[in-house]
Design a protein around this ligand. Sequence first.
Ligand code: PLP
Length: 351
Amino acid sequence: MKFWSSINKGLTPYIPGEQPQDKKYIKLNTNENPYPPSPRVLEAIKSETSADVRLYPDPNAIQLKETLAEYYKTSADCVFVGNGSDEVLAFCFPAFFDPTDTVSFPEITYSFYPIYADLFRISYKTIPMEKDFSFKPGNFPDGMKGILLANPNAPTGIAIGLEAIEDLLQRLPDTLVIVDEAYVDFGAQSAISLVDRYDNLLVIHTFSKSRSMAGLRVGYAIGNSSLIEGLNRVMNSFYSYTLDRIAQKAAIAAIQDWEYTRRICDKVIKTRESVREELTSMGFRVLPSSTNFLFICHEDYAGRELFLELKKGGILVRHFQQPGIENWLRVSIGTDDEMGFFIEKLKTLVV
Ligand SMILES: Cc1ncc(COP(=O)(O)O)c(C=O)c1O
């Protein structure tokens, strides 16, 4: 503590979901994909595993950026890549906001946003949510330097439509709207189609969820070239080799096998919907989800207790000690077998 900076002393760091190393759990706590990455990704990893790892990776990840640019019909200077979308999000703060600025996001959303704001000493205002966890983008105030919008939102799973995002972009042309689409492939519409028309839009994606590559840490942003240059300046003032050689090659292979991604996402969606029905029939309140997880609560059973009992039974889900959602659980969608096991266990707890 003696040598900690005053910023450090004031931080409340993020607590990542457990990655237990002791025993084997059914892991429904960190929204990983239950299916393996595309065989082409695994092949790319193998072929990149050679003595060449003695060489630094391409700091500009140009092949990966070009592959992404081709996929999105844009140019490579409109693409930024980083070590997971968390890193991309983190770089946005020093790239676009000053300590005198204020940013805004919904009161219940991805908990890293206020943490980055605190780390970079940027103040923030949250906008209220309704009882059903919806919020009105019209409530984002004027005068914000930035808005952070997870769409679909996390941990609620609720998506908003593209019209609402476009209204926001038009109403607040001097506010940078950062749309975090970590879960978009599980049922929402991507705002990437709007990037050409709005210079105040940056869209962030990850390979961790729909592409089953959480362990390789790849994220990216698509936006106009001035925003991307801003991110590159920050990255190169911090660390230039954020993506290793293997991750770059694996990500290229994943983009080239979009069909595989679509197929496993559809499987996850199908499982999600059948689990949703089952939970509803057991008396759970289940929010509509456009993601690979469900946000659930039961009025007769405390969220924390259910979390602990499930853990005892070998099933990990996510419970947040955050006011307003203490009674809720976030349950990632696993395979049909894993979800069957989860439901059976839950039936012994909720009677
Ligand atoms: C809304 C949201 N954004 C971003 C991330 C970060 O993903 P990653 O850093 O694995 O790309 C997550 C991870 O769970 C998330 O839920």
